[in-house]
Design a protein around this ligand. Structure first.
Ligand code: FAD
Length: 522
């Protein structure tokens, strides 16, 4: 019996499991936390699709063009075309599956404005879109679970891939409650989320996404890409243990950024970008905010002009969240905001079929590098996770392999059955932030790299994490231009010669970086 192992039970993992179950293929859904606690549940603002229900003549081609432009032409156009063409069908299927999307009076799906897009294109369920989509998918997966096609293994951590004759033949996992290790035979889809755990305490995402799965894959020879492309979301607020996101939906519904210094207010985005104003792509907004902050101003999001009806019907969850965490009502007073680490455009290098450089291994969702180039447009990530999960599932379904191993309990000692210490992760995170801020330069990246290289490690997990951190910094050092989220004050221009993928591999005990043509998947 063909069994596919899926690492991660967020949107990408669930989407892959459902696609395979519909084809009668058995999957194991292996995840550190149950789906209900995946980061995907946090998605607020929505999912992009050129549904054109707002009478604005939106098209799939425009969605494609804006995604490519937003990503500074670093994404694979073949993959992006498939994504943007597939988007309306995905949203319609979600609606049919019971996702309570907000609707226009005529019953069609309501769409809102999101950054980097000239048309209203983002479908939403109030400001809890992720939670609503996850609820529908979890429900759908349960039906296949009952039919014996999906086996859910929450509270299980990936330890390593099992590679036989250069092919991914399975995965070793740990039951986090019982501590037992066992080997699961079959091809693997990595759907293990972003690299939040590399920046503990300062990202909008969940620390459950430790980034360790990607670090282990890296050490096992899997190619990673565009690791320097880290998205800072313009509107976040520091709360204990993380940064709280104020969704872009707030600006999509009329929220305005301003800075204040010496009692003088400046609506800087509206002054500098008269067309898209507060809805410029996130890299641009974050850099403008950084420049205001560096000039000694404080930055705020003014949502006091948003009509009461909009709060009630479209943003009630967001308002409640802000009142809960910040003890201030955003409908009545501006919210102090600053940019914070939010999303990782880089990750496991895949082609348009979501194949990695290792036969038998696929990747989808935020852990994969494919659709977002140098900067992700808001609303494209939920879409990319769902579409990527479906595509990876289709590819693995078509993959013909002979069984190379069978399931087994592993009773020996595995050096990777360990975790980095909190102190190690905190030091590494601090060093990375020093080198990979919103504005970067050669000396800052080199200083961070030297610090990381000097950092001692006490176990194999720390060694793997350190190697991936080095790869992030080498990638940033090597890209001697500014593009999307990667802004180098020593190289402020974009150069056509750098319109390529920064590929990172761990070979012969060393991190190696090469530049490849866009879309050159294996
Ligand atoms: C606050 C917030 C709001 C957002 N809002 C939006 C939005 O409105 N629109 C949009 O498009 N995007 C949004 N995003 C981004 C989007 O939600 C994510 O990129 C997307 O949901 C990622 O889905 P995923 O399936 O790839 O990963 P996740 O949902 O993060 O799931 C990862 C899974 O992998 C498991 N896992 C991790 N490591 C291991 C391991 N070592 N072993 C086993 N399992 C492991 C986890 O337990 C989890 O099940 C938002 C993100 C945040 C943080």
């Amino acid at each position: 019996m063909k069994v596919i192992n899926i690492i991660g039970a967020g949107l990408a993992g669930l989407s892959a499991a459902l696609t395979l179950a519909e084809k009668g293929i058995h999957t194991r859904l292996i995840s550190r936390q149950p789906s209900e606690r995946a980061q995907s549940v946090l998605a607020e603002g929505g999912i992009n699709a050129a549904l054109d229900t707002m009478g604005e003549d939106d098209t799939r081609d425009l969605h494609f063009e804006e995604t490519m432009r937003g990503g500074a032409y670093l994404a694979d156009p073949v993959a992006v075309k498939a994504l943007t063409d597939g988007a309306p069908g995905i949203v319609e299927r979600l609606a049919a599956a019971g996702v309570p999307f907000s609707r226009n009076p005529d019953g069609s799906l309501m769409l809102r404005s999101f950054g980097g897009q000239k048309k209203k294109r983002t479908a939403f369920a109030q400001s809890s879109t992720g939670k609503m989509i996850m609820t529908a998918l979890i429900d759908a997966v349960r039906r296949y679970e009952a039919a014996g096609l999906v086996e859910r293994l929450p509270h299980h951590t990936m330890i390593r891939l099992l590679i036989t004759d250069g092919v991914c033949a399975g995965v070793r996992v740990r039951d986090d409650y019982g501590g037992r290790l066992y080997d699961c035979a079959g091809a693997v889809i990595a759907a293990c989320g972003g690299l939040n755990g590399f920046f503990p305490g300062v990202t909008t995402g969940t620390s459950d996404n430790s980034g360790m799965a990607a670090a282990v894959l890296f050490m096992q020879g899997v190619k990673l890409a565009n690791l320097e492309m880290i998205q800072y979301h313009p509107t976040t607020v520091g709360i204990p243990g993380k940064r709280c996101l104020v969704s872009e939906a707030a600006r999509g519904e009329g929220g305005r950024l301003f800075s204040e210094k010496d009692g003088v207010r400046s609506y800087f985005m509206e002054e500098r970008y008269p067309t898209l104003k507060n809805l410029m792509p996130r890299d641009v907004v974050s850099r403008e905010m950084y420049s205001e902050l560096r000039g000694g101003a404080k930055t705020f999001l003014d949502m006091t002009g948003i009509p009461g009806e909009t709060w009630e019907h479209k943003l009630s969850d967001l308002r409640e969240e802000i009142i809960h965490y910040l003890s201030l009502d955003p409908a009545a007073e501006p919210v102090p905001v600053e940019p914070g680490i939010h999303y990782f455009m880089g990750g496991i290098h895949v082609n348009a079929r979501h194949e990695t450089n290792l036969r038998g291994l696929y990747a989808a969702g935020e852990c994969a590098c494919i659709y977002h180039g140098a900067n992700r447009l808001g609303g494209n990530s939920v879409l990319g996770a769902l579409f990527g999960g479906m595509t990876a599932a289709q590819s693995v379904y078509e993959y013909r392999s002979r069984p190379r191993m069978t399931d087994a309990v592993f009773s020996g000692h595995d050096q990777l059955d360990c975790e980095p210490s909190d102190a190690f992760s905190a030091s590494l995170g601090y060093m990375l932030r020093e080198g990979l801020g919103i504005v970067r330069n050669d000396s800052g990246i080199r200083t961070a790299l030297e610090s990381v290289q000097m950092l001692g490690y006490e176990n194999e997990a720390e060694r793997a994490k350190k190697a991936l951190a080095e790869a992030m910094l080498y990638s940033a050092l090597g890209r001697m231009e500014s593009r999307g989220a990667h802004y180098r004050e020593d190289f402020p221009e974009t150069f056509e010669g750098f319109r390529g993928t920064t590929a990172a591999q761990f070979r012969d005990e060393r991190v190696r970086i090469t530049f490849e043509a866009v879309g050159q998947g294996e």
